[in-house]
Design a protein around this ligand. Structure first.
Ligand code: ADP
Length: 924
C-alpha cells in the first residue's frame, strides 16, 4: 500500500503561499520592465545627445566656414578691382563710397585701406547699423582720423568726430606687412572702441617692384559669431563655444562676455577664467587629459560629470586655409533629456508601486477566494476529527473546490451515518451486555444459591448419614471386641463393619470432592514420625497384597527425616489411594512402594509459627505390574467419577480417589506424575518439599498387630470422661467403647447439663458433640474455658459435621482436638492416649491365618445348581442375599468351607463383580 507522507515542517498558511509568489512575480516583472525602459531611455538619450551635438557642431562649422570666408572674398574682389584699375585707392572719396557699397552687401564689420604713409580710408558699421566713413589723409593731418556720417548713397554727410589714429600700429596692418601675404590678424580690440573684438583678413598690396603700397583689410566682429551661437537653440541648457588653441574664448553662446574689463581696459577672457562651471570644468578636463589644447587633433566626444550633472561634450577642431585653428565645443547637459526620462522613470516607479499594490490586493482577494473554502473544509474536517460529525461545507465559485466540498459533504454524511450506526450497535451491545450481565448475575446467584444448597445438603446429608453410621460402626467395633463371639458372629460383625466403613469412605470421598469444588478443602499439618507413618501404610497394604497373592515390596530410604511437618491424614489418604489402586489393578507380579530423598536440604521455609524449618525433597513412587492404563485412559483418570478399564474392577471404587489425591498433592505444592503401559503396569510418583522436624521425640503408635480391638485396659488410676451428646445412640457408642477399657463415664444430653456434670464430677476429659439443643458444644466449651478450673481440661469435639468450619469453630472455642463421627475406636484411643498420657494394656491374641494364599484349584466348588442363587445375588450386588447363600452352602458340606470363606472375603472387600467372574465358569 502506498503511503502519503505529510510535510510537517512546512507550516506556511495557504494564503501566504498564494500571495507571496504572485506579488513577487508581479514586482519582478514590473521592475524588469521599468529597468529596461530606463536603460533604453538612457541609450536613446545618449544617441540623441550624440546626434544633437553632431548637428550643432555641423551648424557651427558651416557658419564659420561661410562667415570667415566672406572677408577673403571681399578682399579678393577688391584686389581684383585694384588690379584692373577699377578701384583707385588714391581717391579716398571714391574708395570710401566703394567700401560703403560693399558694406551694404556683406555682413562684415569694417573695410579699410592704409598705406605706409599712415593714410587710412575705411567704412565702419555701427551697432545701430549706420555706416561711418573714417579717413586719415595727408590732405588733412596724418594721425588724425576724420569720422563722417553717410547718407543712403554712401556720400559723406558731415564730419562727426576727429580722433587720433595711427593705422600703422594696428595688428591688421603690421601682421600683413610682416608676413608679406594675406593673413588673418590676431584677434584684436579696436583702438577707438576697445570693447569690440574683431579679427581681420588683411591683404598686403605691392607695386611692381614689390614695394609695399598698402594693406587692404576686412574686419569681422567676433560678437557676430557669438550672436550666431546664441541663436542656436538646442536643449534648455545646451552651450557651444569656440576656443583658440591658446585657451582664449573666441565666441560663446552664453551671455558671458569674451573679455574682462580691468581698469577700464578690456582683456580677452581665458576659458579657465570663465564664470560658467560647465565651460571651466570642460576646459580643465581637456587640459588635464591632453596637457594643452594644441594637442587635440581629432574630434572628441565624451560625457563628463560636472557638479553632479552629466554633460555630453563634443570637441571639434576647426581650421581654415589662412591659419585659423580653433576648437568648437558643444555641450548638452543630460538633464535636458533626462528630465523627461526621469519623469518617465518616476511614472514607471509609481506604476510599479501601483501595480504592486494592485497585485497584492488582487492576490489577497484571489487567495482569500481560494483559501476561504479550503479553510472551511479544514475547520469542518478538524471538527469531524474532534467528534462533531454534523458538518457540511457549501462552496461555490471555484469548480474544483465545489466538487471537493460535495465529496467532503458526502464523506461526512457517510461518516455520520456510520458512526450513528456504530453508536446504535454499541448501545444495542451495551444493552445486550447489560442483559447478559443481569442474566449471568442471576445465574450466578442461582448457582451460588445452588452451590450453597448443595454444600448445605452435603453437610446435612453427611451429618445425617454419619449419625446412624456412628451407631453401626461404633457397635460393630464394640462387638468386634467381643472375644466370646463365634467365628460366624465375628464374620457377620466384620461384614457390618466393612459395609459401614465402605459407606463412610464413600461419604468421605463425596465430601472431599465437594470441599475441593467449593475450595474448602484445607490442610492441617502436624508433626509426626515419618517411619511410623510408613509402617502403618505398609501394614494396611501388605494385607491386601497378600490377599491377592502379589508381592508388595517396600523401600524406604534410610535418609528420610525422622519426623516431618505435614498433613499426615491427607498424605496417608493419597498414598493409600495410589497403593490401593496399584494392588487393585494388579493380578500378577508385584507392587513396589519406594520413598527416596531427592534433595535432603532445601531452603528453609516458614512454618507459619515463626519457625524456620529446612525441608527435604522427597519422592513417593508406586509402581505396579498390573493392567496398565492406555494413553486415552490416562487423559481421564484424574477427573472425578472417571473409571476406566474392566467393568468388574469399577465396582470396587468410586472414581474419586485420583481426583482427590491429585488436588491434595497440588495443595501440597506438587503434582502427581504417571507413566503407564497398557497391559504392563503403571508408575505413579510425586515429589514433596517436606519440612523436617529436628528435635522430635518419638511416641509409640498403635500397631495393627496391637490394634484398638485388642486394648483391654490402661495402666494407672481410673480416669473419668464426660460424654456430651444429644443423641443417646452416639453417646452409647462412645460410652461402651470407653467403659470396655475401664474409664469412668458420665453422660449429658446437652451443653448446659454438660457444664453442671463437669462441675459436679470434675472429669479428666470431655468429649462433646457440637450441634445440640439448649446449649451447643461450642458455647459449652467457651463457658467451661471461662472457668479457671476447666481452663486446662482436655475437651475433644466430636461431630458428624466434618466441614473445616466446624473443626475451626470448635478449636477456636477452646477444644483441644476434633474427633469426626462415626467415631473410629482407633482414633479415639489414640487421642485419649495422647492427651491423658495413657499406657495401654493389650489382649494377647493370635493373628488368624490368611486365606489369600489359597489357590482356585484348592477350592471345592458346589454344583452349578447350588450356585445360581449366589450368582444372581452377586450380580445384583445384594450383599445380604450373598450372605444367606453362603450360610446355606456352608451347611451343605464341610468341604465347601474354603469356597464360602473366599466368597466372604470378597464380600468384605465389596468385590461382588469378582464373585460374579469367579462363578461364571462353573455355571456354564
Ligand atoms: P477408583 O475408585 O475407581 O479406583 P480412582 O480415581 O482411584 O478411582 O482411579 C480412577 C481410575 O484410574 C480407575 O478406575 C482405574 O481405571 C484407573 N487406575 C488408577 N490407578 C491405576 C493403576 N495402578 N493401574 C491401572 N489403572 C489404574
Amino acid at each position: 500500500m502506498k503511503r502519503f507522507g505529510i510535510l510537517r515542517s512546512s507550516k506556511l498558511p495557504l494564503r501566504l503561499i498564494l500571495i507571496v509568489p504572485f506579488v513577487l512575480q508581479t514586482f519582478a516583472a514590473v521592475s524588469l520592465v521599468g529597468y529596461l525602459s530606463f536603460r533604453n531611455g538612457q541609450k536613446a538619450v545618449n544617441d540623441l545627445a550624440d546626434q544633437l551635438t553632431s548637428k550643432v557642431n555641423g551648424l557651427v562649422e558651416q557658419h564659420l566656414n561661410t562667415y570667415l570666408a566672406t572677408p577673403h572674398q571681399v578682399n579678393q574682389v577688391n584686389l581684383a578691382a585694384i588690379k584692373l584699375g577699377m578701384l583707385n585707392l588714391q581717391d579716398y572719396d571714391l574708395a570710401s563710397c566703394y567700401f560703403w557699397k560693399q558694406m551694404r552687401v556683406f555682413n562684415i564689420g569694417y573695410i579699410s585701406f592704409a598705406n605706409p604713409k599712415g593714410e587710412f580710408i575705411g567704412v565702419e558699421r555701427l551697432d545701430n547699423g549706420h555706416l561711418l566713413i573714417n579717413e586719415v589723409s595727408e590732405k588733412r593731418t596724418i594721425g588724425k582720423l576724420y569720422v563722417y556720417s553717410t547718407d543712403n548713397e554712401g556720400n559723406r554727410n558731415q564730419l562727426t568726430a576727429i580722433k587720433d589714429y595711427n593705422p600703422l600700429l594696428e595688428a591688421w596692418y603690421t601682421d600683413a606687412v610682416k608676413m608679406g601675404r594675406p593673413v588673418w590678424s590676431q584677434i584684436y580690440q579696436w583702438e577707438d572702441k576697445p570693447e569690440i573684438f574683431s579679427i581681420s583678413s588683411s591683404y598686403p598690396l605691392y607695386d611692381n617692384s614689390q614695394n609695399i603700397v598698402g594693406v587692404i583689410s576686412v574686419d569681422l566682429l567676433l560678437t557676430q559669431i557669438s550672436d550666431f551661437l546664441k541663436n542656436l537653440k538646442f536643449g534648455k541648457q545646451g552651450k557651444v563655444f569656440i576656443l583658440e588653441r591658446s585657451g582664449f574664448i573666441v565666441a560663446s553662446s552664453t551671455n558671458e562676455s569674451p573679455y574682462n574689463v580691468i581698469d577700464g581696459k578690456a582683456h580677452r577672457l581665458s576659458v579657465f577664467n570663465s564664470q560658467s562651471h560647465t565651460i571651466k570644468g570642460i576646459a580643465d578636463y581637456l587640459q588635464k587629459k591632453f596637457g594643452s589644447f594644441q594637442k587635440i587633433q581629432d574630434t572628441q566626444q565624451f560625457t563628463l560629470q560636472i557638479k553632479g550633472a552629466r554633460q555630453f561634450v563634443k570637441v571639434t577642431p576647426w581650421q581654415d586655409k589662412l591659419g585659423l585653428d580653433w576648437l568648437v565645443i558643444v555641450i548638452v547637459p543630460e538633464t535636458d533629456f533626462m528630465a523627461e526620462i526621469n519623469a518617465n522613470s518616476h511614472t514607471t516607479i509609481l506604476l510599479c508601486v501601483g501595480a504592486l499594490i494592485g497585485a497584492t490586493i488582487l492576490g489577497i482577494y484571489t487567495s482569500r477566494w481560494i483559501a476561504q473554502p479550503i479553510l472551511h473544509l479544514t475547520q469542518a474536517s478538524s471538527a469531524i476529527a474532534a467528534g462533531n460529525l454534523e458538518q457540511t461545507v457549501e462552496i461555490s465559485g471555484v469548480k474544483e473546490l465545489s466538487i471537493l466540498s460535495q465529496s467532503f459533504n458526502q464523506m461526512a454524511g457517510q461518516l455520520n451515518d456510520f458512526f450513528t450506526a456504530l453508536e446504535r450497535t454499541n448501545q444495542e451491545l451495551e444493552q445486550r451486555v447489560e442483559l447478559r450481565t443481569k442474566e449471568l448475575k442471576t445465574a450466578k446467584e442461582l448457582a451460588d444459591a445452588a452451590n450453597q444448597a448443595k454444600s448445605e445438603f452435603l453437610a446435612n446429608m453427611s451429618h445425617e448419614l454419619r449419625t446412624p453410621l456412628n451407631g453401626i460402626l461404633g457397635y460393630a467395633q464394640i462387638l468386634q471386641r467381643d472375644i466370646n463371639a463365634s467365628t460366624e458372629q465375628q464374620n457377620a460383625v466384620k461384614v457390618i463393619y466393612h459395609c459401614g466403613s465402605h459407606l463412610l469412605m464413600l461419604i468421605n470421598d463425596v465430601l472431599d470432592i465437594a470441599k475441593i469444588e467449593s475450595q474448602k478443602l484445607d490442610l492441617y499439618p502436624n508433626i509426626f514420625n515419618f517411619n511410623d507413618f510408613f509402617l502403618g501404610i505398609y501394614d494396611m497394604c501388605r494385607i491386601k497384597a497378600e490377599q491377592k497373592d502379589i508381592i508388595f515390596s517396600y523401600q524406604i530410604s534410610k535418609d528420610i527425616p525422622t519426623a516431618i511437618h505435614a498433613d499426615e491424614k491427607r498424605l496417608r489418604q493419597v498414598l493409600l489411594n495410589l497403593l490401593g489402586n496399584a494392588i487393585k489393578f494388579t493380578d500378577d507380579g508385584e507392587v513396589k512402594f519406594s520413598v527416596d530423598v531427592i534433595n535432603p536440604d532445601l531452603l528453609a521455609i516458614d512454618n507459619h509459627q515463626g519457625e524456620q524449618l529446612s525441608t527435604s525433597k522427597i519422592r513417593f513412587q508406586i509402581e505396579d505390574t498390573g493392567v496398565g492404563i492406555s494413553l486415552e485412559q490416562l487423559q481421564k483418570i484424574f477427573l472425578p467419577f472417571e473409571q476406566v478399564g474392566d467393568s468388574f474392577r469399577k465396582a470396587e471404587g468410586t472414581g474419586l480417589g485420583l481426583a482427590i489425591s491429585c488436588q491434595i498433592v497440588e495443595m501440597m505444592g506438587s503434582k502427581i506424575h504417571v507413566e503407564s503401559h497398557y497391559g504392563k503396569g503403571s508408575k505413579f510418583w510425586f515429589d514433596l518439599d517436606l519440612p523436617k522436624v529436628a528435635d522430635y521425640v518419638s511416641s509409640e503408635v498403635p500397631h495393627l498387630d496391637k490394634c484398638s480391638n485388642h486394648i483391654i485396659r490402661y495402666k494407672g488410676t481410673q480416669k473419668t470422661i464426660l460424654v456430651v451428646d444429644d443423641i443417646s445412640d452416639n453417646r452409647a457408642v462412645i460410652v461402651n467403647l470407653l467403659k470396655q477399657v475401664g474409664f469412668g463415664v458420665i453422660e449429658a444430653p446437652n451443653g448446659k447439663e454438660g457444664i453442671s456434670k463437669a462441675q459436679e464430677y470434675q472429669p479428666d476429659l470431655i468429649i462433646t458433640d457440637l450441634g445440640m439443643p439448649i446449649m451447643n458444644g461450642v458455647q459449652m466449651t467457651q463457658d467451661l474455658r471461662s472457668q479457671p478450673e476447666f481452663a486446662q481440661t482436655v475437651i475433644i469435639a466430636s461431630s458428624a459435621s466434618v466441614f473445616s468450619l466446624n473443626r475451626k469453630e470448635s478449636l477456636a472455642a477452646g477444644c483441644n482436638d476434633f474427633l469426626p463421627k462415626p467415631v473410629q475406636a482407633e482414633e479415639l484411643f489414640a487421642q485419649l492416649k495422647s492427651y491423658l498420657k495413657l499406657d495401654w494394656v493389650y489382649e494377647d491374641i493370635k493373628i488368624p491365618q490368611q486365606i489369600s494364599s489359597e489357590n482356585k484349584e484348592d477350592i471345592v466348588f458346589p454344583p452349578a445348581t447350588e450356585l445360581v442363587n449366589l450368582y444372581q445375588a452377586a450380580k445384583a450386588g445384594y450383599v445380604m442375599g450373598i450372605q444367606e447363600e453362603v450360610n446355606r452352602i456352608q451347611k451343605l458340606d464341610n468341604e465347601y468351607v474354603t469356597f464360602t470363606n473366599k466368597i466372604l472375603n470378597l464380600i468384605e472387600d465389596f468385590e461382588d463383580e469378582a464373585i460374579v467372574e469367579m462363578l461364571k465358569p462353573y455355571l456354564a
